[in-house]
Design a protein around this ligand. Structure first.
Ligand code: AHM
Ligand code: MG
Length: 340
């Protein structure tokens, strides 16, 4: 029975780490703690998603007589509830909601932070039991505490994030986050219902052998991306090519694999979607923060993702992230071939 010796739970870790921030009053710690709770609730639902679907065919209501919700709405609601209960968050932006959700109760109005999230990313994978995730980003508000939050609280560059992370609901469930002092990963131990530190201080390899892109869109890619894909597929002993192609279609799962193994994830601009598909505020920024904190990179092909000033809540940007040497190589291809 040695398996739980020296186990550090997420909550213990958060409390220890608070000491790294002199003057911290525990507000961010409380927020992170509530994110952990929401993740566990969503994990419980995700793990029986197929079963819920089967039951759903017999009626649109669950045993409590409530309407059964799609998993992404379920996740959205539970994260909103948890964040509200924390009392540290004054507003939420979510992929599921057109406008920001402003908490009006007194405790939340005094909250220091705003929270942007994709509550259930990779939704096309739900029905087929492949990995999905939750992505989140936390900013300090700009508007004065005590007042209602505003959209301006969200329109901040990614460099201003105070914390960001994701939960991957995979063969095991993990929560990975950063507060700007490295990246740490916690695996949910279902037997004790706790996230336990399993991947301390994650560093991504400077170079890797995996490229992840939806090649079904190939004809619509910019020339630089097409040439880079061919480069990945060419034989070259010195640089250990051809590389391996891996693409799940779930950003969290694709990014997480590449983070640990080394690789590049690309969702580029295409001739049909000039800004790509992924959203800056709650997909690219949090992932970029983690990538950089792990020693990797994230750009839109020209500009560092974290330096893009958002102009709207659901703004999309081209996204190139992963091992530094691979992202730099892609940028070389983009700059050379996109200009000829
Ligand atoms: P979603 O937020 O609606 O789930 O869409 C985002 C997902 C990402 O997880 C993934 O990287 C991408 O869409 C896959 O898109 P595609 O099917 O076009 O390759
Ligand atoms: Mg998404």
């Amino acid at each position: 029975m040695t398996e739980h010796n020296n186990v550090q739970t997420l909550n213990q870790f958060i409390i220890h780490r608070q000491a790294d921030y002199p003057g911290a009053k525990g507000e961010l710690s409380r927020l992170l703690h509530h994110i952990g709770i929401a993740s566990k609730i969503v994990n419980r639902a995700v793990s029986k998603a197929g079963l819920v679907d089967v039951l759903g065919k017999y009626g649109a209501q669950n045993v409590q007589g409530e309407d059964q919700q799609k998993l992404d709405v379920f996740a959205d609601n539970h994260f909103i509830d948890a964040l509200k209960a924390s009392g540290e968050c004054c507003a939420i932006a979510s992929e599921e909601n057109e406008d920001i959700i402003i908490f009006e109760d007194e405790m939340s109005r005094n909250g220091k932070y705003v929270f942007a999230m994709d509550p259930l990313d990779g939704s096309s994978n739900i029905d087929v039991n492949a990995s999905i995730g939750t992505i989140f980003s936390i900013y300090e508000r700009i508007s004065p505490r005590g007042k209602l939050a505003t959209i301006e609280d969200f329109m901040q560059e990614g460099t201003k994030q105070v914390a960001a992370g994701y939960v991957i609901y995979g063969s095991s469930t993990m929560l990975v986050y950063t507060t700007g002092k490295g990246v740490n990963g916690f695996t949910l131990d279902p037997s004790i219902g706790e996230f336990c530190l399993s991947h301390p201080n994650i560093k991504t390899p400077k170079t890797g052998r995996i490229y992840s892109i939806n090649e079904g869109n190939y004809i619509n890619f910019p020339s630089g991306v097409k040439k880079y894909i061919k480069y990945c597929q060419e034989f070259d002993k010195k640089s250990n090519r051809p590389y391996t192609s891996r693409y799940i279609g779930s950003l969290v799962a694709d990014f997480h694999r590449n983070l640990l193994k080394g690789g590049i994830f690309i969702y580029p601009e295409t001739s049909t979607n000039l800004n790509g598909k992924l959203r800056l505020m709650y997909e690219c920024n949090p992932v970029a923060f983690i990538a950089e904190q792990a020693g990797g990179m994230a750009t839109d092909g020209n500009v560092r993702i974290l330096e893009i000033k958002p102009d709207s809540l659901h703004q999309r940007v081209p996204f190139y992230t992963g091992s530094t040497n691979m992202v730099k190589k892609t940028e070389e291809f983009l700059h050379f071939f996109n200009n000829i």
